[in-house]
Unconditional design. Structure first.
Length: 370
């Protein structure tokens, strides 16, 4: 055991390591802040006009709004993540300018090992870059719509997992049902009634069948909610006039894209959704590969699924879109055609949202041009 004096010195040194750096007497005001959000402890790094650190401290969750309410309006940067949009809206109410960034764009600005303090400093540095790509702050209405979509997607995954689990349990006893969800739902109740498996196993199947029906009801309920949201939204109603865009894609696109004018053009939207070819080049030569797959996977999946539904109805038709799909399908195959049609729909969605236009079919566009 050490002496009381040595113990006191060690405790003092340990406390000094975590003291916040706040220059209250400085004439320079904080103009840019990096905020690293978390569940309970937030890290703040603020600099002045010359990039010199003026504030570097930790804040408990309950003290965050109080701290920024006493701070003059400035530029605040945060990483996208859980709770980022909510905090951005609250800070905007206090008069601050808030910018959200993807974590992968902030990572190159971190100087040392990963920590909350280093992350806050990196965010503060990244938000001041002139060419940084920012994420638009979502409203509560947008987040409500996306929350319903996420619940719907989660319930569908859980339902598919339950169906596969029931099939696997039946296969253990030599019972194989025909493929298809409808075949499972029609054949399973009869198997349970016949009691072709041991009692405990039969009870487990009955419990699984009950849970599967509950999931079906919950999925149908969320689909009705999404259809109602689509009918209530004027932009979503305009988007649903296009082929391959239903209530799911329309509501998700309106809520995810938000202000379409933030994108330069339609290709910027397709690049943001990861539906453009991956570029790789050196020595003046560029190779184009498969799509990048970046951005919102859920929205990209909805666009591709909508494109495949259109492809199922184009054979034998003579309208311009069907002819284009069939020519591309003959040359490049189904998968590339589906992605190309999905990218076309994404660009069309941007045009309708950014310009406030209604859908114009290819025939109408050709007639107007003539």
């Amino acid at each position: 055991m050490g002496s009381p004096l040595l113990c006191g010195i060690r405790c003092a040194r340990l406390e000094m390591r975590f003291l916040p750096i706040t220059r209250r007497g400085s004439d320079m005001k904080v103009t840019r802040v990096g905020l690293d959000i978390a569940k309970e402890v937030f890290e703040v790094h603020g600099v002045n006009d010359h990039g010199k650190a003026e504030v570097q401290r930790q804040l408990r969750r309950a003290r965050v709004l109080e701290f920024f309410a006493n701070l003059e309006p400035c530029l605040i940067g945060m990483e996208t993540g859980s709770g980022a949009h909510c905090w951005a809206r609250e800070l905007q109410k206090l008069g601050h300018t808030v910018r959200l960034m993807a974590p992968r764009f902030v990572k190159p600005y971190r100087k040392n090992d990963k920590s909350d303090r280093n992350d806050a400093e990196a965010i503060c540095e990244a938000v001041g870059r002139p060419n940084m790509r920012f994420v638009a702050v979502k409203s509560e209405e947008q987040q409500v719509v996306l929350s319903v979509h996420r619940m719907h997607a989660g319930l569908k995954s859980e339902r598919d997992a339950m169906a596969n689990r029931l099939r696997g349990l039946l296969a253990e006893f030599g019972i194989v049902l025909p493929k298809g969800a409808a075949r499972l739902r029609s054949g399973l109740p009869a198997l349970i009634a016949q009691e072709r498996v041991p009692v405990l196993m039969n009870q487990a199947l009955a419990d699984g069948w009950t849970r599967l029906r509950e999931l079906d009801a919950q999925v149908n309920q969320h689909e009705r909610q999404i259809r109602a949201l689509a009918l209530q939204s004027e932009p979503a109603r305009r988007l649903m006039e296009a082929r391959g865009i239903g209530p799911m894609t329309a509501t998700a696109a309106v809520a995810t894209i938000g202000d379409a004018k933030l994108f330069k053009n339609g290709r910027a939207v397709t690049a943001w959704l990861g539906m453009v070819p991956r570029h790789s080049g050196t020595g003046g030569k560029i190779w184009m590969g498969s799509i990048t797959g970046r951005g919102d996977t859920y929205l990209r999946t909805l666009f591709v699924q909508g494109a495949r539904s259109v492809m199922n109805t184009t054979r034998g038709k003579q309208d311009p879109l069907s002819l284009w799909v069939e020519r591309l399908r003959a040359r490049r195959g189904d998968n590339i055609t589906a992605v190309a049609l999905a990218a076309k729909n994404a660009r069309m969605v941007w045009a309708m949202l950014a310009r406030g236009e209604s859908y114009r079919s290819p025939q109408a566009a050709q007639g107007a041009a003539a």
